[in-house]
Design a protein around this ligand. Sequence first.
Ligand SMILES: C[S@@+](CC[C@H](N)C(=O)[O-])C[C@H]1O[C@@H](n2cnc3c(N)ncnc32)[C@H](O)[C@@H]1O
Length: 214
Amino acid sequence: MARKLKLDIPGPDRRITVEEVREKGWEAVFAPDVARPLPLIVEIGFGRGEFLRALAEGAPERAHLGVELSFKRVLKMARRIAKTEEPNLRLFCGTGEQAVRELLDPETVERFWINFPDPWPKKRHHKNRLLQAPLVRQLVHRLVPGGELEIATDHVEYAEAVDEVLRREPLLENALDVPFRRDVPGRMHTAYEAEWRAEGRQLHFWSYRRRVVA
Ligand SMILES: C[S@@+](CC[C@H](N)C(=O)[O-])C[C@H]1O[C@@H](n2cnc3c(N)ncnc32)[C@H](O)[C@@H]1O
């Protein structure tokens, strides 16, 4: 028998809505936990949330926003962080596309993390992929000049498409001296990544930044 989903949040509820952000602004959303919340650090598709929590714990003075499509994953994460010390973290249940469109103003994000987005391997499903040129262009506009876009995938064919989209975006520059890395020493492994590594899959990590135009 399926276990019943616990809906109660045993402490502060760190989930935010579009209406709340639009009405109050980021400063009030993060008050009194973070004095100056902007620019934000944003992870899209945080899954089980271990990477996002490590980011927030590692930079307590910075405001972090996690975006995740799955209601269940957001709920579980909200329950988890209600009991622990991550006051600099807020969660949004929705798509990355919606967050970019409705939550994030231009030049308000210091870094986007997109770890192992769903690859949608079948050709007829490619239209569902998160990382396509129009969204990448919108992400770049939300970054402050010099802000960073960090992306990882295990999927070889998606990697080729991602690499092309990143290279073709004129407002981005590669922060590395190679197109992408196969590994990033010292970087925490996400839950999905740990599975792909155990299977011996090839990994791809990009690090791009928004150009600073004089
Ligand atoms: C393959 S999992 C990776 C999870 C996590 N980043 C990791 O590396 O362990 C992809 C995650 O992205 C979420 N997701 C899929 N499409 C999304 C979208 N358009 N916006 C936000 N999250 C999305 C899924 O619900 C899932 O949790």
